[in-house]
Write a protein that binds this ligand. Structure first.
Ligand code: THG
Length: 370
């Protein structure tokens, strides 16, 4: 694909780690929550191989937080998601899709409980602050909603535990998945959670004072030298192998949780009031119109795609590829694709139409790549 430089301005917000991130020569930047995010360093393949073997530091400050603070905090977050949050402990996070009154997915954040009346909604790429402010204003809820000065820096890869133990001590190894502790690193106030958008393990350091951006980066980077640390970023090959969904790519406001498989993360019928209750009960009853499946596309190398590719069954278009990357490990292109439910029920043979009209045969692999 043709590449063009990104133009930066105040509107494309600067991250607290950006100077250090740029000094490591990213090969591309994108915009996420109106903020920069690196998309590649050496190459997608080289970044992938390094991530799976060593440890990387990722500027993911663009995973912004919506702080929900006040007596109605739990009421409001419960209203936004079909997932039950009533039994969360302070110090715990939970992956919870936000869903509108029609069943459309608003976002797929991790929700962190910091205190009885205080949550962070750690968001994917959509304007959740506006959505929640609208709900709170309309319902006259007793909460304050704002974007705090909090910026995640991810430390991902198989050597992440050893690296973080060196920086903050052995107790970091005991943090359970999605749980977090509060501490300081080189004077910088941080929340350290075991989380991150890869299947390679690791942590996210939520920096709570952007003035320490370079200090925190340097502390992690310097301690990481002996573990062969490199600057990295969410990697398309790795996240597809690990089956992680990307909001805006694999699901949008036009899809519901049953269609994209996020229904795995909740049970309908929690006690608390939630906006999408009627819509999701109806969809559960009628069945989703389409489903997101893992689709292996038989190709010896990467295929070009701007935003989607068609999936066909014979002459009929039956679906859409939403993400894809060539995986050396699987010897094929791994993709996520929506396919019509009625067609899926027939165990169809499908092809994907490449950018220049080439037909590529494909195999539906869900639930796992095999
Ligand atoms: N970290 C933080 N904020 C985020 C992301 C993150 N906000 C945006 C985006 N990523 C949110 N989306 C996801 C999607 C999947 C996971 C985390 C965030 C994830 N999923 C695991 C899985 O699907 O296998 C585990 C889910 C579970 O067991 O609950 O980790 O990365 N701060």
């Amino acid at each position: 694909m043709k590449t063009v430089p990104i133009s930066l301005a105040r509107r494309v917000r600067e991250t607290p780690f950006e100077k250090r991130m740029l000094a490591n020569n990213p090969g591309g930047l994108s915009v996420y929550n109106h903020m920069t995010i690196p998309t590649v360093f050496e190459s997608m393949e080289a970044d992938y191989a390094h991530l799976c073997e060593h440890v990387q530091i990722w500027d993911v400050a663009c995973e912004r937080q919506v702080e929900v603070n006040g007596p109605d905090a739990l009421k409001l977050v419960e209203l936004c998601t079909p997932r039950d949050l009533s039994d969360m402990s302070i110090g715990q996070g939970r992956y919870a899709p936000l869903v509108d009154e029609f069943g459309g997915i608003v976002n797929d954040p991790i929700i962190l409980k910091l205190a009885q009346d205080r949550y962070w909604v750690s968001i994917a790429d959509s304007d959740v602050l506006l959505w929640m402010k609208g709900l709170a204003a309309g319902l006259k809820l007793d909460v304050s909603l704002f974007e705090p000065d909090v910026s995640p820096l991810a430390v991902q890869g198989p050597k992440a535990d050893d690296l973080m133990a060196e920086i903050v001590g052995e107790q970091v190894r005991a943090i359970r998945f999605f749980w977090f502790i509060e501490t300081t690193i080189s004077g910088a106030p941080v929340v350290i959670a075991r989380s991150g958008w890869s299947g390679q393990g690791g942590f996210e350091l939520y920096l709570q004072d952007s003035r320490f951006g370079s200090t925190l980066w340097d502390t992690v980077f310097d301690a990481g030298r002996k573990f062969n640390i490199r600057a990295g970023c969410p990697n398309l090959i790795e996240r597809l192998e690990s089956g992680l969904l990307s909001y805006g790519n694999d699901m949008t406001l036009n899809e519901n949780p049953f269609e994209c498989g996020l229904d795995a993360f909740f049970k309908l019928g929690k006690d608390a009031e939630y906006l999408c209750r009627d819509a999701l009960e109806r969809i559960a009853r009628d069945g989703p119109a389409k489903r997101l499946v893992k689709l292996k596309i038989h190709s010896e190398g990467p295929i070009a795609m701007r935003s989607t590719l068609d999936v066909v069954c014979g002459d009929e278009t039956v679906g859409t590829v939403t993400s894809q990357a060539y995986s050396q490990k699987h010897g094929s292109v791994l993709s996520l694709a929506y396919i019509d439910s009625t067609v899926l029920a027939t165990d169809p043979t499908v092809d994907v139409i490449g950018e220049h009209g080439t037909r590529l045969s494909a195999t539906i692999c869900s639930p796992s790549w095999g």
